[in-house]
Design a protein around this ligand. Structure first.
Ligand code: SF4
Length: 78
């Protein structure tokens, strides 16, 4: 599987396939499959994809995603 890594193209494709992605989410939720089996499939795909992406070069998540930290989390950083 060839993975698209250009963030602008990914944004464009995401917009173009928004309806298709929602239908796929609904399809997954309606599957008669154990959560563990679905997790196994997702992990297999994730392993294949992450081999093609270097998050340290992209770092988009670090730029746009803000994690929620509670007091306990914050204490771990101090
Ligand atoms: S940093 Fe985020 S957006 Fe970039 S490749 Fe990794 S997971 Fe994808």
């Amino acid at each position: 599987m060839k993975v698209e890594t250009d963030l602008e193209k990914i944004k464009l494709i995401g917009k173009q396939k928004e309806d298709e992605n929602w239908k796929f989410r609904s399809y997954l939720k309606g599957l008669d499959i154990e959560a563990e089996e679905l997790d196994k499939i997702v992990h297999e795909i994730n392993n294949e994809v992450t081999l093609q992406i270097d998050c340290t070069k992209c770092a988009n998540c670090c730029k746009v995603v803000y994690p929620f930290l509670d007091e306990e989390d914050a204490a771990k950083f101090s």
